[in-house]
Design a protein around this ligand. Structure first.
Ligand code: ATP
Ligand code: MG
Length: 234
């Protein structure tokens, strides 16, 4: 579904991805692990068209993504839920969800998708008229994911969805990630919580200083001594 090959990218004159290659098959949850500053967010931003690649190729369902504007990449079926949530605090929950569907005009289907995200996140249904800025951190994270789903993506890019959440909510978020995947959405998941990420993922990649250093099934990565010592606390 997604094939990234030899991707180089960075900011201005600096390069922080030095030839990243990864593949995502339809139906998978892929974990992208790595320390702070490894280039995880930059990889997602390059796929979304928010960071311009300096070299390499990226193809989605066989068609190149290189040079496409971010909104056209969304139209292709790729939706990113950014790190730090970025919901609009002065808009209501419902208005934030409508923004997620801004490239679409299929009203009936949008309504259906709204019901679908409310089924996934019942707390958002209860709070649909509340200002997003008054939601708890966990609820804001749910809203960010729900907004991402409103673009009706076939590939969802999630950047640190569990960051800063209480343990109980962390479990709930990973449960929901699994459900979204079982409903047919392919997921590329960036996470600091390697333990939970490898529990839900099918395969994973480890990024170090802008290079993929390990690629394997999630089960094999969870057993890997290097992964254990660096990301799973020994
Ligand atoms: N907007 C930016 N301008 C300049 N440099 C940046 C920018 N964003 C990130 N970088 C640099 O690019 C490198 C990779 O950062 P990136 O945010 O992709 O890492 P990350 O793996 O997502 O880290 P974290 O786990 O902290 O989110 C880092 O050295 C970072 O300082
Ligand atoms: Mg990041």
């Amino acid at each position: 579904m997604l094939a990234v090959d030899g991707l180089k990218a960075g900011y201005g004159a600096t390069t922080c991805l030095h030839g990243v290659s990864l593949q995502v098959q339809a139906g998978e949850i892929i974990a992208l692990l790595g320390a702070n500053g490894a280039g995880k967010t930059t990889t997602l931003m390059a796929i979304s068209g928010l960071v311009r690649p300096q070299a390499g190729s990226m193809a989605f369902n066989g068609a190149s993504l290189i040079g496409l504007a971010p909104e056209h990449i969304v139209e292709q079926g790729i939706s990113q839920v950014p790190e730090g949530r970025r919901i609009l605090p002065r808009l209501t929950v419902l208005e934030n969800l409508e923004l997620g569907a801004y490239r679409r005009n299929d009203r009936a289907a949008i309504r259906q998708d709204q019901e679908r995200v409310f089924a996934l996140f019942p707390v958002l249904a209860e709070r649909r008229r509340q200002l997003a800025g008054t939601l708890s951190g966990g609820e804001q994270q749910m809203l960010a994911m729900a907004r991402g789903l409103m673009a009706r993506p076939t590939l969802l890019l999630l950047d640190e969805p569990s960051l800063g959440l209480a343990p109980k909510l962390v479990l709930a978020i990973f449960e929901i990630i699994t459900r979204i995947n079982q409903d047919g959405t392919t997921i590329l998941l960036v996470e600091q919580n390697a333990y939970q990420a490898l529990r839900v993922a099918h395969r994973g990649y480890v990024l170090e200083a802008g290079r993929i250093v390990l690629a394997d099934t999630a089960a094999a990565l969870a057993r890997n001594s290097k992964v254990k010592s660096a990301y799973l606390g020994g």
